[in-house]
Design a protein around this ligand. Structure first.
Ligand code: AMP
Ligand code: ZN
Length: 306
C-alpha cells in the first residue's frame, strides 16, 4: 500500500502543507523547497550514472531557444496549445508611459510588447537538432547527447505532476534507424533497474503525444500504430492513473528532415530520445515513499546519495 493511498488523505494538499511545493497564483508554477531540490539533484546524479556507459556528449541549455530553431522543429504544427513565446518591451519613453498606465489600470499590456528572438523550450532535445545539423554530416557512429533544460508547456492544472515549467533530462540518439531503435530498446530494458534503484512501482506502456486538433487524433493513432512512443508510468499522486515519468521516443526522420541532419552516407538522420521528467520522478518518490525523505528506504536513499 502506498503511503498516501488512505482514503482520507490528499497528496496535493499534503505536498503544499509540508512545503515541498509552494503554490503561486498560477496553477503549474509552484516553487520547490530545499528537500524537493535535494531529490531532483539526487535523480540528476543517478541519471548521469545510468548513462555512463553510452559515451554521450553533455550539452546543457538555457530554458529558451531561438525562435528560428523552434520554427524549424515544427513544434507549432503539432502542439500550438502548449507553446510559450517570449515578448519584450522595445518601445520609447512615450510607449513606456503607456505601458505603465496600462498596468496601473489593470488592462492588458501584452499588446505593447514585441516578440523576442527567443521562445520557451518545450522539450530538452528540441534546441539540440539545429545544433547537430549545423555541424555537418554525422560520423558513422551517429551522435549520442546528454541534454537537460527547463521546459515550458502551457497546460495549467491543479495536478502538481502537470507543471507549466519543469526540468527534463534526456539522452538523445541521432543516426540510422537501427542505431536509434537499438538505443531506445536498451533504455526500455533499463526500466526495471531504474524503478528498482528508486524502489518505486512502475510499468511501461505504449503512448502518444497530445497533438492539437482533429488532425491530431490521426497523428496520435499513427504514432501508436507504429510504436513510436513508450512511457514509464508510476503513481505520482492521487490521480486514478499512473503518471508518465519517463518517455522513450522514436521520431523517425521528422527532426532530421525539418532541421537538415544527414547521416555519414548522406541519408536523412533518424532521431530518438529517452526523457526523464525530474519533478514527476521526485513526486513519484514522495508519493510512494512518503513526504519525509529521511524516512525513505535505505536503498532508495543510497541511489539518490541522500
Ligand atoms: P514528453 O516530451 O511529453 O514525452 O515529456 C517528457 C517527460 O517530461 C515526460 O515523461 C514527463 O516525465 C515530463 N513531463 C511532461 N510534461 C510535464 C508536465 N506538464 N509537468 C511535469 N513533467 C512533465
Ligand atoms: Zn526528446
Amino acid at each position: 500500500m502506498n503511503y498516501f493511498s488512505k482514503a482520507d488523505s490528499s497528496f496535493t494538499d499534503a505536498l503544499f502543507k509540508a512545503g515541498l511545493l509552494i503554490p503561486t497564483e498560477v496553477a503549474g508554477l509552484a516553487a520547490r523547497s530545499g528537500q524537493f531540490e535535494a531529490i531532483v539533484s539526487g535523480l540528476d546524479a543517478m541519471i548521469t550514472r545510468l548513462g555512463q556507459d553510452i559515451g554521450a556528449e553533455t550539452v546543457r541549455f538555457p530554458p529558451a531557444m531561438t525562435r528560428v530553431s523552434f520554427e524549424k522543429t515544427g513544434y507549432m504544427r503539432g502542439f500550438p496549445q502548449l507553446a510559450g513565446s517570449i515578448h519584450c518591451f522595445c518601445g520609447d519613453e512615450k510607449a513606456h508611459c503607456a505601458l505603465l498606465t496600462c498596468i496601473a489600470e489593470g488592462r492588458d499590456w501584452s499588446q505593447l510588447l514585441a516578440p523576442a528572438e527567443s521562445v520557451l523550450t518545450p522539450a530538452a532535445c528540441y534546441p539540440l537538432y539545429p545544433i547537430i545539423a549545423a555541424r555537418g554530416s554525422l560520423s558513422p557512429d551517429g551522435a549520442t547527447v546528454d541534454v537537460a533544460s527547463w521546459c515550458f508547456r502551457h497546460e495549467p492544472s491543479i495536478d502538481p505532476a502537470r507543471m507549466q515549467m519543469f526540468r527534463m533530462r534526456e539522452y538523445v540518439r541521432i543516426g540510422s534507424p537501427q542505431q536509434v531503435l537499438a538505443f531506445r530498446q536498451q533504455w526500455l530494458e533499463r526500466v526495471p533497474d531504474i524503478a528498482g534503484q528508486l524502489g518505486i512501482h512502475a510499468s511501461v506502456d505504449l503512448a502518444n503525444d497530445p497533438f492539437f486538433g482533429r488532425a491530431g487524433q490521426l497523428k496520435a493513432d499513427s504514432q501508436r500504430e507504429q510504436n513510436l512512443k513508450f512511457e514509464m508510468l508510476a503513481q505520482a499522486g492521487d490521480q486514478p492513473k499512473p503518471t508518465a515519468c519517463m518517455s522513450f521516443n522514436y521520431h523517425q526522420e521528422l527532426f532530421g528532415t525539418m532541421c537538415g541532419i544527414r547521416q555519414w552516407n548522406g541519408e536523412v538522420a533518424h532521431t530518438g530520445c529517452v526523457g526523464f521528467g525530474m519533478e514527476r520522478l521526485a513526486l513519484a518518490l514522495f508519493y510512494q515513499h512518503g513526504l519525509q525523505s529521511s524516512a525513505w528506504p535505505a536503498s532508495t536513499r543510497a541511489a539518490l546519495a541522500l
